[in-house]
Design a protein around this ligand. Sequence first.
Ligand code: KMH
Ligand code: ZN
Length: 276
Amino acid sequence: MEKLIITAAICGAEVTKEQNPAVPYTVEEIVREAKSAYDAGAAIVHVHVREDDGTPTQSKARFKECIDAIYKVCPDVILIPSTGGAVGMTAEERLQPTELFPEMATLDCGTCNFGDDVFENTMPMMRDFGKRMLENHIKPEYECFEMGHLDTILTMARKGLVPGEPMQFNFVLGVPGCTPATVQNLCWLVNAIPAGSTWTATGIGRHAFTLAAPAIAMGGNVRVGFEDNLYLERGVLAKSNGELVAKVVRIAKELGREIADPEEARRILSLPARKK
Ligand code: KMH
Ligand code: ZN
């Protein structure tokens, strides 16, 4: 089995300091959280950015500021900026971080309910996002919140509308209104991906670690972080993203799975080595 790649989704667009005071907004806070996750064993940081008051933004300038600052303290980390942004943002707004030519970026694979909201990812939007990633040589992480999202993106990849194999999928299970975070659902998704693909499991809220454990045992990868879950355990807020990553490292250790560093993660994900 390959080593385990841990992704830290340190910020997201929805969670607030009211819910957990450690949620980062400022550049300094985002760097602090990225570093805590990296030091704990995360090879990948999934990046959303905020204004200083916490408002989610997809501003290219803000992404550049945060990405440059993260690389200063985590020089080899893999960064996956979001093109999902926040519910209600336009496609053009959301695509801004792709203008920075990151090695990877998220690509959301279909419209879905998102709590009380609808997260819009129509086919024309997805074709635009796919075209941009092909043009800018960005490897997408395909975010699948629903079973149908996987089928949709596989069809688009067969038609050459989005980057193809080897593909990296992130199965985000447990968003209210979307596919529940069960082991059966995870198995269904994993069984449907092409041979040679890589995949990550993200369990939302209380499912963060109950989905992480089977993913580790199945040979997949794991995402945790404040974007997905604010608690270390029931009733105990995590003090940092690093605490959440450290818990995954402990579970992996118990299950006999080693942790991939960023260089190993690049090889597993078929990414070119990062230029020094
Ligand atoms: N904030 C969510 C509506 C992504 O990063 O690509 C979408 C999201 C997905 O976070
Ligand atoms: Zn995200």
